[in-house]
Design a binder for this molecule. Structure first.
Ligand SMILES: Nc1ncnc2c1ncn2[C@@H]1O[C@H](COP(=O)(O)OP(=O)(O)O)[C@@H](O)[C@H]1O
Ligand SMILES: [Mg+2]
Length: 314
């Protein structure tokens, strides 16, 4: 099937700041896609452009074949959005908030009642529908926002950092809701997050964004596979620079990352268990003292670090 979100060369500047430096994105219908990046990477800017809120300086975006700038009015009914900054009228109760939103979309009274009841059941909001928004917990507020964004039964749902600030329990409950929605309604979900474990937990595809560019994209598995089948990590001290260049030249080493602060080294290899002894020998040869070793499969966290260099440097 054709892609439901297609972005080409999207750029956005704010004065001297380049928020987006040319983003290409193609997302198939029904996919849960995580835009993973640190603060300031450009996630919110991109979501604002995809949801017709702001215009790009260059490039094009189509949602279900409609241009977000020229055909914004055709795009809006197709999408639901939960923005990063909470926007709920604190004095209204949950039901009134949902009612008001449904009216905005000209949903009939009987349909409104039905949809609000169904979403309240789905997101476990039945007990709090009559409570003012200001009395709701963070998790309840997020679920209420999610319910609101689903009222108009969108084809594409945009969630900007949906779980930021939630405790682990509420967080995983929301993950389950999002996955359920995508599966049962065939809805496409694009969510942004700076939490690697979140992307790993719910996304079928992940785009790593940094400094306004998509630096890597793929399934969580394919992103970590690029690091090698296993990651051998040395904690230690000594000449990490010499060791890095020596290891970098070995054909079975796919990647060497050094933490500049601690001199710890992470080495992507084809087969960790088989290579450890050889790696330790190389360390001794290069004047690096290994104090501790662990071997495991790379996580999306390491893929992220490898692509963005935020904490570990290549
Ligand atoms: N309205 C704005 N005015 C000026 N600069 C902005 C504005 N919105 C975003 N930026 C800048 O653009 C960059 C990307 O921001 P943003 O899209 O909010 O990133 P993220 O959501 O990934 O944290 C940052 O450097 C940010 O300071
Ligand atoms: Mg943001």
């Amino acid at each position: 099937m054709d892609a439901i979100i297609v972005a080409r060369g999207v750029e956005k500047r704010y004065g001297a700041t380049t928020a987006l430096a040319g983003v290409d994105l193609t997302i198939a219908p029904g996919v849960v896609y995580a835009l993973l990046g640190p603060n300031g990477a450009g996630k919110t800017t991109l979501i604002h452009i995809l949801t017709t809120l702001i215009r790009p300086d260059a490039g094009t975006v189509q949602i279900a074949g409609h241009d977000v700038v020229r055909q914004a009015a055709a795009v809006r009914p197709l999408i639901g959005v939960t923005f990063q900054d909470t926007t709920l009228d604190r004095e209204l109760n949950a039901r009134q908030i949902l009612e008001a939103h449904a009216r905005l979309y000209r949903i009939s009274a009987s349909e409104r009642r039905q949809r609000i009841a169904a979403l309240a059941a789905l997101l476990h909001l039945e007990q709090v529908l009559e409570r003012p928004a200001r009395t709701l917990s963070g998790g309840m507020r997020r679920r209420l926002q999610l319910a609101r964004s689903l009222l108009a039964t969108p084809q594409v749902l945009f969630l900007d950092e949906p779980t930021t600030g939630l405790d682990p329990q509420n967080r995983s409950a929301l993950h389950a809701h999002i996955s359920d929605l995508a599966r049962t309604r065939g809805m496409t979900v694009l969510l942004s997050t700076h939490a690697m474990d979140e992307a790993e937990a719910i996304a079928e595809r992940v785009g790593i964004i940094d400094h306004g560019r998509l630096v890597a994209e793929g399934t969580p598995r394919s992103l970590t596979a690029a690091l090698g089948a296993d990651l051998v990590r040395f904690r230690g001290y000594g000449d990490s620079t010499a060791l890095r260049s020596a290891l970098g030249a070995l054909p079975w080493v796919s990647r060497v990352m050094v933490d500049d602060a601690s001199s710890d080294i992470a080495i992507g290899v084809d087969d960790g268990a088989r290579r450890v002894a050889e790696l330790v020998t190389w360390a001794q040869r290069c004047g690096y003292q290994v104090q501790a070793i662990d071997v495991r499969h790379p996580s999306l966290a390491e893929a992220f670090l490898a692509h963005t260099g935020v904490a570990l440097r290549d």
